[in-house]
Design a protein around this ligand. Structure first.
Ligand SMILES: [Zn+2]
Length: 291
């Protein structure tokens, strides 16, 4: 991916220097057990949205009215990985601003938080072991950059464009939040069976994959960011984090009813649909007869 020299976002909040998860006995420092990560991944947390419910449980229920926030701090200039994330975020801002404007709306930019180990969010305490996630309540994307090592080494999805896809997917959740889609799905929780709720979660996640593709489509048209092999990197990542692939990798049985993000083939298909078509309308996973 060609990104060096492109604009960096002003919406990155670097919390890595402020003690990170230092006070956390379990997730402190970099000593996250790989077992925990694997369990969290299989639990459907990879690129998860919605810490609203589960994070609420973890932190003792209820959402904090006000989240204490350290003042935003920009990442250091010599931190290539942070600069990369910041550049990708800026690119999503440019694309979605245009897409919203052309649709007669206004795009509100999300913020992106870099953290280590654990960090407070409006959705409860965010843990690195959950993988990157988006919290609708504070409109922030959270990522511990250590996830990229997991993505490359444990999940077999290397490459900078695979890393960009992760950010674009989370920003896709922000777009869903702005469009009111997330809250509609949330309202169904508890009113439908777990199986039905999982099925809706899959449609939500596949739409976020499709929106990631929409971003790539417009970024390519405007800035020619793609290099040889980039699309394959994203398609490979989409496959590696499919629910069936994760369940198989954990040595367990593949149980489609328990899927929350979609199968490898579905994730690839919807990312590719967004990439080819470049429109929000093409990403209507909720009306799609077959995913
Ligand atoms: Zn997601």
């Amino acid at each position: 991916m060609k990104w060096e020299g492109n604009r960096e976002s002003d919406n990155v909040e670097d919390r890595r220097g402020s003690g990170g998860g230092g006070g956390m006995p379990v997730f402190g420092g970099r000593s996250i057990g790989i077992g925990t990560i694997v369990i969290a991944l299989v639990g459907g947390w990879v690129l998860g949205i919605n810490p609203l419910t589960i994070l609420g449980l973890l932190s003792g229920g209820g959402m904090p009215a006000q989240v204490q926030q350290a003042p935003a701090q920009r990442p250091p200039a010599d931190d290539t990985m942070a600069r990369f994330v910041s550049t990708v975020l800026a690119d999503t801002e440019d694309v979605w601003q245009r897409v919203f404007r052309e649709g007669g709306g206004r795009y509100q930019e999300p913020r992106l938080v870099l953290f280590r180990g654990a960090t407070p969010t409006a959705c409860g305490t965010g843990q690195a072991a959950m993988g990157p996630f988006y919290c609708p309540a504070d409109q922030k994307v959270y990522i511990d950059l250590g996830f990229y090592e997991t993505l490359k080494s444990r999940l077999g999805a290397p490459g900078d464009f695979a890393q960009a896809y992760v950010i674009a997917h989370e920003v896709g959740h922000h777009v869903q939040h702005l469009l009111g889609i997330t809250s509609k799905v949330d309202q169904m929780r508890g009113r439908v069976s777990q199986k039905e709720y999982n099925a809706m979660s899959v449609r939500l996640e596949l739409q976020a994959d499709c929106f990631a593709g929409v971003w790539a489509h417009h970024a390519q048209n405007a800035r020619q960011i793609l290099e040889q092999g980039d699309v394959e990197e994203a398609m490979n990542a989409a496959a590696r984090i499919g629910d069936d692939a994760l369940q198989r990798a954990s040595g367990g049985a593949v149980v489609p009813d328990s899927f929350t993000h979609g199968s490898s083939a579905q994730r690839q298909r919807w990312f590719h649909t967004g990439l080819k078509q470049g429109s929000v309308q093409a990403c209507d996973t909720f009306s799609a007869r077959s995913l």
